[in-house]
Design a protein around this ligand. Structure first.
Ligand code: UT7
Length: 377
């Protein structure tokens, strides 16, 4: 039997026409362009118009992805819509998208916070490499603005709405998804959540009075988790593919905060220029963030056929998900062969990273102590 690989063959994005700048937000809450820019890197974000729904945005992005892949909706074997902001609690928004596209296949919604699309990509690649399906549509989409409290400056400045769609197809040529990591730590659930509207606390007058239908976030807790996770998960996934960070052509991190990305680049000893960023224009678009960045990286010529890309998302759950891919139809890295120069470089870099990581973890309590002392002064 021939080997089966799962490759991204189509991509497309949809962003709502309405733009909300930092200056606009400064008229709504006690904030400033200066604070938002220096603390996050975000300058503006897109917010849905009356016409935009989660299903309509998914369909617009999906049509473009189908066109790039050169297939029609009838060719799809499965649809996975990754979102935490569906049109309705029931039915699944994936079934709405399947109907609107005119596809004739199974469809389900995948909820994993901002990590959703990477979870979806990995899920699609499993169906493909197992031989079950040949063509899967995976969409990351979010109308997160519906869950934002525009009187809470600690959350409303961070997020934006968007959709990005990808077609994952079978190929017999090596490439596509080379390795991945899916992670979850539910002990951090309350660091980023919506208090009311679920089974535990159904919507009530109290919900509206106390604005409990909106996202609540312990920003610093999520920040610490993100910095810890981004570099560690990327490195783990890259080494799992038999590669080192130096082999990666482009990193596509979750677009939550430029400071988180810069910290990860430093930890990995990779120039920050190798980390794609478009959060200045979109903010954090949750499940749409990584695929939207990937689509724009392709459109800008930063990601080409044969390039190695490492992506990582993190968010509510808490969850995280990383994947390493060879774009297009390129061959797998020479680092895979046992006695090559690539293999020697791989082992040297992996060892030095392990030594540095151990030293960093050992020094963490000391850093925390010094930080607390500085704060008290
Ligand atoms: O998809 C994953 C989801 N989320 C994330 O990845 C977010 C992770 N967290 C972060 O990115 C950062 O923690 C934030 C951007 C949310 C906050 O930045 P920070 O540097 O951690 O700020 P902070 O929470 O320590 O707040 C510093 C100050 C506080 O004032 P005081 O207590 O020092 O007087 C805040 O009240 O900044 C204040 N502040 C603001 N000021 C102006 C918080 N939000 C704002 C704001 N404008 N929008």
């Amino acid at each position: 039997m021939n080997e089966r690989y799962a490759k991204i063959t189509g991509w497309g994005k949809y962003v709502p026409a309405r733009v909300l700048t930092n200056a606009d937000l400064a008229k709504m809450v006690d904030t400033s362009d200066e604070w938002i820019t220096t603390r996050t890197g975000i300058k503006e974000r897109h917010i849905r118009t009356e016409q935009d729904t989660t299903s309509s945005m998914s369909v617009e992005a999906a049509k473009k992805a189908l066109e790039v892949a050169g297939i029609t909706a009838q060719d799809l074997d499965l649809i996975i819509i990754c979102t935490s902001s569906p049109d309705y609690l029931l039915p699944s928004v994936a079934s709405q998208v399947q109907h609107l596209l005119g596809a004739k296949c199974g469809a389900f919604t995948l909820v994993a916070g901002c990590s959703g699309w990477v979870y979806g990509l990995v899920t699609a690649s499993q169906f493909i490499t197992a031989g079950a399906y040949n063509r899967v549509l995976v969409v990351g989409v979010e109308i997160i603005s519906f869950a934002l409290d525009f009187t809470d400056r600690t959350t409303c400045v961070l997020f934006g709405d968007a959709a990005a769609a990808t077609i994952i197809e079978v190929s017999e040529e090596p490439g596509g998804v080379l390795s991945y990591e899916l992670g979850s730590d539910g002990s951090g659930a309350m660091a980023l959540y919506v208090p009311d509207g679920g089974v535990v606390a159904p919507l009530s007058q109290k919900t509206l009075d106390e604005r409990r239908q909106f996202i609540r976030m312990d920003g610093q807790e999520v920040f610490k988790f993100a910095v810890r996770t981004l570099a560690a998960s990327l490195k783990h996934t890259i080494y799992q593919a038999g590669l080192t960070p130096d082999d990666i052509d482009l990193f596509i991190p979750h677009q939550a905060n430029a400071r988180i990305i810069e910290a990860a680049a430093r930890q990995m000893r990779v120039p920050v220029e190798k980390f794609f960023m478009n959060l200045d224009r979109y903010g954090n678009t949750s499940a749409a963030s990584v695929p939207l960045a990937m689509v724009e990286a392709i459109e800008e010529g930063r990601l080409k056929d044969g390039d190695l890309v490492a992506m990582c998302a993190f968010g509510a759950g808490l969850t995280w998900a990383s994947a390493v891919l060879r774009m297009g139809s390129g061959e797998v890295s020479p680092a895979h062969s046992l006695f090559s120069v690539g293999r020697a470089r791989y082992l040297a870099r992996k060892t030095s990273d392990t030594v540095l990581d151990t030293a960093q973890s050992a020094l963490l309590p000391l850093y925390a102590f010094l930080y607390q002392r500085r704060k008290k002064k």
